[in-house]
Design a protein around this ligand. Structure first.
Ligand code: 2KA
Ligand code: SF4
Ligand code: MG
Length: 247
């Protein structure tokens, strides 16, 4: 079984859209959003995947979410069938932290490869969890987003040195750092040095859940990228559809 997020109670968050972030920005892709996360970012835009009633970890919005309305368990073959029925030939698996369900994901992707061979498989991850050995060979691209101090997570939970070095050594892994202030760059530079992250696999992305905030932060972030040899990524889906589920 896989535990998915929902768009509305009982409806899994599984949809066709355009990849909004990172190296595949603009590509038609099917998205599946898994529930649960091992971190708690104070600016997280998908707190409905983890901040359930009784979870008091700090978040910018104080709301806690009812678990029953925001989680849905489905069979791996059922999830694969829903993905195979949609037009895109690319799949983005996101969350929450999808690698927490690595064994079930391996079964789902294997079923998908039977039903719809040749799909490009991309995974969004917060960097802390090693891919399950049965899943890893089925994945074409990892979008790895280590969480900096401004996320509110402690470094001992969010920045696992051996994991970061393993991602840096994997040519399938693209780093995507969420940046809220120019000062966040110092942390990126020291992580880049410590783990030998190549600049052509290192993206900076503005933090923001509205088009206005993204545009304002893009002004100085674009400059930082060009000065440091990093790639810039916008959040296309926020400009197009705002901060909404299922887009
Ligand atoms: N269109 C679209 N692109 C995305 N890229 C990464 C997303 C995510 O939430 O992880 C995301 C998302 O939620 N929507
Ligand atoms: S790692 Fe991702 S899903 Fe988890 S709390 Fe942070 S932003 Fe949200
Ligand atoms: Mg998102």
């Amino acid at each position: 079984m896989l535990t998915l997020a929902t768009t509305t109670p009982g409806e899994p968050e599984l949809f066709a859209s355009l990849q909004g972030e990172g190296p595949s920005i603009g590509r038609p892709s099917t998205f599946v959003r898994l529930s649960r996360c091992n971190l708690a970012c104070q600016w997280c835009d998908t707190a409905y995947t983890w901040r359930f009633e009784g979870d008091n970890r700090p978040h910018r919005d104080t709301a806690a979410f009812e678990r029953k309305a925001n989680q849905l368990s489905l069979d791996e073959t059922d999830v694969a069938g829903r993905i195979a029925a949609l037009p895109p030939d690319r799949l983005v698996i996101t969350g929450g932290e999808p690698l927490l369900q690595g064994a079930a994901l391996a079964r789902m992707v294997a079923a998908l490869n039977e039903q719809r061979p040749g799909m490009h498989i991309e995974i969004e991850t917060n960097s802390t969890v090693a891919p399950h050995p049965a899943l890893d060979p089925l994945v074409h691209q990892y979008n790895v987003s280590p969480k900096l101090a401004h996320s509110g997570n402690t470094a001992d939970l969010a920045l696992i040195p051996e994991r970061l070095s393993a991602w840096a050594a994997d040519p399938r892994a693209y780093f995507k750092f969420v940046i809220a202030e120019p000062g966040d760059l110092d942390e990126v530079l020291s992580l880049q040095q410590a783990h030998a992250i190549p600049g052509d696999r290192l993206f900076l992305m503005p933090e923001g859940r509205s088009s206005d905030v993204l545009k304002a932060r893009s002004q100085w972030l674009a400059e930082i990228c060009s000065r440091n040899g990093f790639r810039f990524t916008d959040r296309l889906h926020i400009h197009l559809w705002g901060d909404t589920r299922g887009t």
